[in-house]
Design a protein. Structure first.
Lengths: 575, 610
């Protein structure tokens, strides 16, 4: 332990902790801006500076460890002035378009300026020019960037390193490390740079107007699918707990907005299990002709990553489409038949925690149902929250509404798709049934749960040992692929989700500064699964029906046409 | 009224003079990887501030030049603006009345010529082409990328064993480098901005001198791969050391009696004591590599045989042959090449120069080495004839000063023309043609013959130190690419289309420094390991002490001191005194810890493994 004095308080803290942490433990809050614990402790903004007795220079509290006998002042004249000046300097290069900024009210710069009682900026404004296009699913607004460096760090952690500190001197900024545009970069579109951005410099492409236009079009039947992880997070913007902000409440809000039908991506997650699980068993039966391990394909961020960074593993990806795309294909074929309508009248909106899904729905080959895009538009959780607000709907005061049928029912297995390990667990539950004809204990495969970056397990199914791995976060995926490539790791089946913790931590989810939300959101999905009466994808009655009435069986010709894809029909820029 | 007054310097001017010194130091320690266009624009701005304002080209033109450069930097310029920069700079250069304007314009012209592609990248793609911004200047500048802030922090914490262990992660010759490294690391040391560079070499020496014992590093499991290393100098031994740690079976083929290469056969022991070199090499051998001495590849064994017998071959034969003066009388008895003389000394054969008059030809470090050795061998007089000025010598300034202090005389601006022989073929004198310093060519003023008669320098021996060559014939005959006797590898130390052969050190670069040779050995070890299908990692396992906080107040640099010339010239014992504990503590405390402060923090600050 180390004895220090902070603002006159004598405290004892563990050796090696930072001044920031030590102060916090004494109930003293030091403002921060660029800091993100464990990710970005670079002391770039110089807002968290403090005074240490005996020193004229003010060290950053976020990355300076305490020393025995240190006497620290967090509110001296020099500290107050330096903090204020630094925030004012940052503001002089920040395009304060707060009323029209998607981060207004959830902006770390706004908050720190307000907290420091900054009511004017003594400097001339020098706003950088915006150089990025707004067409890619990931948007960057140079005029709002405060060069906190978090995106650079996060992108490096995600093994992509698209972003870097470019130029030097007065023109130093965050820019593309290698490429000339985001469109031509290897960006996986995980969106983690957005959820770690303290301001509105990084955002998703706003597609809300497209949805409003569709809702205004009397000829369109506007349907929505809601991804599993949305139900853990969409209410955060309204101060609602997941228990209050249920998927049914969201369905209700969407109906109020004018959606004709609201469905559940959990349904198509179950469908994914049927197809992907069957594909896996098929690969196992023809081991010599198949590539192993088989990789899950439901995360388009991961698919983009593997295609650009490890193209030699592209054929290891399951050919099964993601649940989003399966839903779109079924909606514009099977469901159009049910509605007895021309599928092109259906406008398919997808509510996802994700940016890569925005790219995925626009892949030209994802048009198997009727020739139009199977999914017309993808909204992130944040966009859907903004839509609800703009409709002046108060989610706390509206009634829940059941999802529509038949595509509005999903199993608990489909529900856990939103968390790392969930796809693997759901697949194993049904694979066990498909092999043995009996259901396993639904919790038999729970060892694949949890937020560890790279987990592995072995299971015995009918005398066959399956070696599986689950990774979340592309940095872990990168390590895992490298190990497989070098022959240091060998698996039969691998699930990968690009975002830390899986879709619950997705790049399209609500933003909370300095908090990784996945560990808080994932338990919601597992609770719902545990309470569900339907815990196996193959027992979903709507799944049974869609096979009986339309598809025939998993991997049938029709299934292949609608629910599988060739990952080579499109290329990543540098593939 | 008085007619005249004495000049006094105003407070403002005095401060400006100080600021000049500050900016001079600041510029001197600029790290590599900065945007060259931005720097050029800033230099034009600085020049403009110094314009007296009388003449149009300078007063107005420099401003427009800067505007144009800024528009390039802002991504608003076109390729036509680049032509405009050149045109404007050219007319300022030609029409400015004094040097303030024309020299500023010359910088602009030089900039566009020197990094036109950077200008174009800004114009076409709105960004800087720069790459290789290095956050820690000393590490960036060290060819072997030794973790300098890391080991200095360890020295400051009194953890000398760990400090040396950390150095050995990248450089297995800490004792040698502590004595004789040319310390390029100090060149960009950010501390220069405040006062002066850290004495990095001195601190390294201090750490090594306080190491308890050299322990055998843990070697990886044997890979069964065999590697032949041709040449037991610093590069070859570095490769052997790391490859052995990686678990490969290495054999070093050395043509001389002992290992060490130029460390033994080129550097006199008063700079690098033999017992210290021997101990260092014994330490390296703890990793288990084999050595075969007195075997010459090309004579005793062929390259083909080595390639057949081994999985990989590393050629690190150094540059050990002497360059000739090419003047009349060079065949006289008593004309000795520096290489030959230092090689003899390396093997312990000390020539007796007692009472002789010696002339050394050359201006590099080797010339200083032979001159100072000659003093120690009893020479009556030692003169160093050099065709350029003393200021243009390639030898380190401290070596030149040391030679002078040792009693050598420098005869600058004297180009050798012939060697006069006695009747029995011995050296009688060296004739030199006095020179006058002339135009600057390739960054150095070239000498030309002065209107003066040749001068006779009577002497008993002429020691020739004008560079070394490489004996690469056998390798060329065996298909290894050779360019002007240098072995021509790619940047990875390998050859396109020649499997399993690598090369590095002086035989590739031409005569260079020990740290460059070590760096080449490190590169070769990594790439040979990878070529053999492995990815062994070299780590130190050393945890670093916490960062120290400091106000960075100016504090003088601790320089190394030497035994008095009158004493040190009597023997070949080490002439440099070590740093004291007090000095090492103060000096290590001056380190700015660029691994933590500044960009180092963000970019990781260090490579924990390679």
């Amino acid at each position: 332990m180390v004895n220090i004095t902070i603002d006159g308080k004598n405290i004892s803290v563990a050796e090696g902790v930072t001044i920031l942490e030590a102060a916090k433990s004494a109930g003293i809050n030091i403002p921060t801006l660029c800091y993100w614990k464990g990710l970005n402790e670079v002391g770039a903004c110089r807002v968290c500076v403090v005074e240490v007795e005996g020193l004229k220079k003010l060290p950053a509290a976020c990355n300076t460890p305490v020393e025995e006998g240190m006497v620290i002042k967090t509110n001296s004249k020099a500290v107050r002035e330096a903090r204020k000046a630094n925030v004012q300097l940052i503001l002089s290069e920040h395009d304060c378009q707060c009323p029209t900024c998607v981060r207004s009210g959830n902006c770390s710069l706004q908050k720190v300026a307000e907290n420091l009682n900054i009511i004017d900026i003594p400097y001339e404004k020098n706003i950088p020019e915006n150089k990025f296009s707004k067409t890619f699913p990931l948007n960057r607004t140079d005029s709002k960037c405060i060069k906190c460096m978090r995106c650079i760090q996060m992108c490096e952690k995600q093994a992509c390193s698209i972003w870097d500190l470019v130029n030097t001197g007065s023109r130093s900024t965050v820019g593309l490390a290698r490429d000339l545009s985001l469109e031509t970069s290897d960006c996986a579109l995980c969106g983690q740079c957005i959820t770690h951005c303290p301001v509105g410099a990084l955002t998703e492409r706003d597609d809300t107007q497209k949805v409003i236009d569709a809702l205004n079009d009397p000829d369109k039947i506007v349907i929505a699918q809601i991804a599993p992880s949305i139900r853990t997070a969409w209410g955060e913007a309204f101060g609602l707990s997941p228990e209050e902000a249920t998927v049914e409440r969201l369905a209700s809000a969407l109906h109020i907005m004018g959606f004709d039908y609201v469905f559940d991506t959990n349904f198509s997650a179950d469908l994914t299990i049927m197809e992907e699980g069957s594909e896996f068993l098929e690969r196992l039966a023809h081991k010599d002709e198949s590539k192993f391990p088989m990789f899950t394909s439901c995360c388009p961020g991961w698919v983009r990553f593997v295609k650009s960074h490890y193209p030699e593993f592209t054929d290891n990806l399951s050919t099964a489409k993601s649940p989003q795309q399966m839903f779109g294909a079924i909606a514009k074929s099977y469901y159009a038949d049910i509605l007895k309508t021309d599928p092109s009248n259906i406008y398919c909106v997808s509510i996802m925690p994700c940016l890569a899904k925005k790219h995925e729905c626009a892949i030209p080959a994802m048009n198997d149902a009727c020739g139009d895009s199977d999914v017309d538009v993808v909204l992130t959780t944040r966009e859907v929250d903004r839509l609800i607000k703009s409709e002046f709907i108060d989610p706390s005061s509206i009634e829940d509404r059941e999802l529509d049928m038949p595509l509005g029912i999903g199993s608990g297995a489909g529900n856990i798709f939103g968390a790392t390990g969930g796809v693997m667990e759901a697949a194993l539950r049904s694979a066990y049934f498909l092999v043995t004809g009996t259901n396993p204990d639904p919790d038999a495969f729970k060892s694949v749960r949890g937020t560890d970056g790279w987990k592995e397990s072995s299971f015995d199914i009918n005398g066959t040992t399956l070696k599986v791995a689950v990774a979340n976060g592309l940095g872990n995926a990168d390590k895992l692929l490298r190990a497989i490539k070098k022959g240091e790791a060998e698996y039969d089946f691998v699930e990968i989700m690009a975002c830390p913790g899986g879709c619950v931590g997705g790049g399209g989810q609500p933003i909370h500064d300095n908090v990784e939300m996945a560990p808080e959101r994932a338990p919601v999905l597992y609770d719902q699964d545990a309470k569900s009466t339907l815990r196996f994808s193959h027992e979903n009655p709507s799944i049974t029906a869609v096979y009986a009435d339309y598809l025939g069986k998993p991997l049938s010709e029709k299934s292949h046409h609608l629910l599988h894809t060739d990952h080579h029909t499109w290329k990543m820029p540098n593939e | 009224m008085s007619r005249l007054s004495n000049d006094t310097i105003s407070m403002a001017q005095e401060t400006v003079e100080e600021l000049y010194k500050d900016i001079e130091r600041s510029i001197r320690s600029s790290q590599p990887g900065l945007c060259p266009v931005d720097l050029a624009a800033s230099f034009i701005h600085l020049s403009h501030a110094r314009s007296c304002g009388k003449c149009t080209p300078c007063r107005v033109g420099l401003g427009r030049l800067e505007d144009l450069m800024n528009s390039v930097l802002d991504g608003k310029a076109t390729m036509r603006d680049l032509d405009e920069i050149e045109r404007t700079a050219d007319s300022i250069f030609r029409s400015a009345d004094c040097a303030i304007g024309s020299e500023a314009a010359r910088m602009a012209i030089k900039a566009v010529k020197g990094f036109r592609d950077d200008f174009e990248e800004h114009i076409k793609n709105g960004r800087c082409k720069l790459s290789g911004f290095k956050s820690v200047p000393c590490v960036a500048k060290c060819p072997a990328h030794v973790d300098i802030p890391g080991y200095i922090a360890l020295i400051n914490a009194g953890r000398y064993d760990d400090a040396v262990k950390l150095i050995r992660k990248d450089n297995p010759f800490p004792a040698t480098c502590g004595m004789i490294c040319e310390h390029p690391c100090e060149e960009y040391c950010r501390r220069t901005m405040i006062d002066d560079a850290i004495n990095i070499r001195g601190l390294k020496r201090y750490a090594v001198e306080h190491e308890s014992e050299i322990k055998a590093p843990a070697c990886a499991e044997s890979t069964g791969k065999r590697i032949a290393i041709i040449g037991g100098g610093p590069s070859g031994l570095t490769a052997a050391y790391y490859l052995s740690i990686m678990g490969h079976d290495c054999t070093v083929y050395e043509q001389r009696d002992k290992l060490g290469g130029m460390l033994r056969y080129g550097i006199p022991s008063y700079r690098l004591p033999r017992e210290l070199l021997d101990k260092e090499i014994e330490g390296l051998k703890l990793t288990g590599f084999q050595t075969i001495t007195n075997i010459s590849v090309g004579t005793d064994i062929t390259m083909d045989k080595l390639r057949a017998d081994y999985d990989a071959v590393y050629i690190s034969i150094g540059a050990h042959t002497d360059n000739k003066l090419g003047i009349e009388g060079e065949d006289a008895q008593g004309v000795v090449s520096a290489v030959e003389m230092l090689r003899g000394i390396g093997d312990g054969q000390m020539p007796d120069f007692t009472g002789l008059d010696i002339v050394v030809v050359g201006g590099g470090n080797v010339a200083m080495d032979v001159a100072r050795s000659a003093v120690r061998l009893g020479a009556k007089t030692v003169r160093i004839a050099y065709r350029r000025r003393k200021a243009d010598m390639t030898a380190l300034a401290e070596e030149v000063e040391g030679a002078v202090a040792d009693g050598c005389e420098i005869l600058e601006l004297n180009a050798p023309t012939k060697i006069e022989k006695t009747d029995d073929g011995k050296v009688a004198a060296l004739w030199v043609q006095p020179q006058i310093v002339g135009e600057v060519k390739w960054g150095r003023p070239a000498p030309v013959n002065a209107d003066a008669p040749e001068v006779r320098l009577a002497c008993d021996k002429v020691l020739v130190a004008i560079g070394q060559g490489i004996v690469s014939g056998h390798f060329a005959d065996n298909g290894i690419p050779v360019n002007r006797r240098k072995i021509a590898t790619n940047e990875q130390g390998a050859f396109e289309g020649i499997e399993g052969v690598f090369s590095g050190g002086d035989c590739v670069s031409g005569p260079a420094t020990v740290i460059k040779a070590i760096a080449a050995g490190k590169v070769a070890a990594a790439n040979i390991d990878e070529y053999l299908g492995f990815n062994h990692e070299i780590t130190s396992g050393v945890e670093l002490p916490p960062v120290r906080l400091s106000d960075r107040e100016p504090m003088g640099r601790v320089n190394m001191t030497e035994r008095p010339a009158s004493e040190r010239t009597k023997d070949f014992n080490l002439m440099e005194y070590p740093m004291t504990d007090q000095e090492a503590c103060q000096e290590s405390g001056r380190c700015l810890q660029c691994d933590h402060f500044g960009c180092g923090r963000m970019k990781g600050g260090r490579e924990y493994k390679w």
